[in-house]
Design a protein around this ligand. Structure first.
Ligand code: FPP
Length: 259
């Protein structure tokens, strides 16, 4: 038997079956995981406790996406701007990330999840970078959910590196103006080869995209929940997908053209 996510059971299976029959499951879901610090503060705990509980939310969301047949899940785990946080928090976050990667790779493998990363990976502490690269390698042949971690990532960073690479190619005579179109630019971004997100979820009630996937979110449906990320579990994901299924995606056209 091929490997795959352990299937949902009981009430959870009923909820997943309902979602499958009520509409299309988004092919790509992107999430801005926000509110870890506020979740912890509300409980009189240190911020890192919120990040640690956030790892549990990641685990549950990844499993549920795999079971539902979501193709791509992209998580904004650490932005370019997050480097400006107090040194101690950055260092604790990196340690947590390292531990999560070490602890979860076998589970990802058993669930047929392929791990990927986007962002300035070389800026991560070498131990984290090494573990990440090893885990990407270990899961590269998996054919289920593609889990992409955005690390030291921002949409502007990505567009900047893409423009620089194009300028280098043009200067070397390997690229002419007429070759540059939207598809070409998309192929120069770190998300090359992935479909654009159908649904973008942001937790903690903030109405911002915070430099996430600036190019790719052009036509994504956006779902904002008041829940802080550490309190986000699969039921919230189902609510987001259920809401998405009620949207009419017109891509600039009019309703009648979609019929
Ligand atoms: C935002 O909350 C969250 C982050 C900057 C880090 C997210 C990291 C994790 C969930 C843990 C590791 C991730 C993986 C993929 C294993 P915040 O700190 O901005 O919260 P606040 O707005 O309430 O201060």
């Amino acid at each position: 038997m091929g490997k795959g996510p352990q299937q949902a059971t009981g009430q959870d299976k009923i909820l997943q079956d309902q979602l499958r029959s009520s509409g299309v499951i988004p092919r790509h879901i992107a999430i801005i995981m926000d509110g870890n610090g506020r979740w912890a503060k509300k409980r009189g705990m240190p911020r890192i406790a919120g990040h640690a509980e956030g790892v549990e939310s990641v685990r549950d969301t990844v499993e549920a996406c795999g079971q539902l047949g979501v193709g791509f899940l992209t998580l904004y785990a650490f932005s370019t701007e997050n480097w400006k946080r107090p040194k101690e928090e950055v260092s604790l976050l990196m340690r947590l990330l390292l531990k999560a990667l070490k602890d979860e790779t076998d589970r990802l493998n058993n669930n047929n999840v392929r791990l990927q990363a986007i962002g300035d990976i070389g800026a991560l502490p070498s131990e984290v970078e090494q573990e990440l690269c090893d885990d990407i390698e270990k899961t590269r042949d998996n054919t289920g959910l593609t889990l992409t971690l955005a690390l030291s990532y921002s949409g502007r960073w990505d567009l900047t590196q893409a423009v620089r690479a194009m300028i280098r190619d043009a200067a070397a005579g390997k690229l002419s103006e007429s070759e540059v179109n939207e598809a070409f630019i998309g192929q120069r971004l770190s998300t090359a080869g992935m479909p654009d997100p159908d649904l973008m979820v942001r937790t903690s009630g903030e109405f911002r995209i915070s430099n996430f996937l600036l190019w790719e979110l052009a036509y994504s449906e956006i779902y904002i929940t008041e829940k802080y990320w550490p309190g986000f579990r699969r039921e919230e994901l189902y609510a987001a997908i259920g809401d998405y299924q009620k949207r009419e995606r017109r891509f600039g056209m009019v309703s009648e053209q979609l019929k």
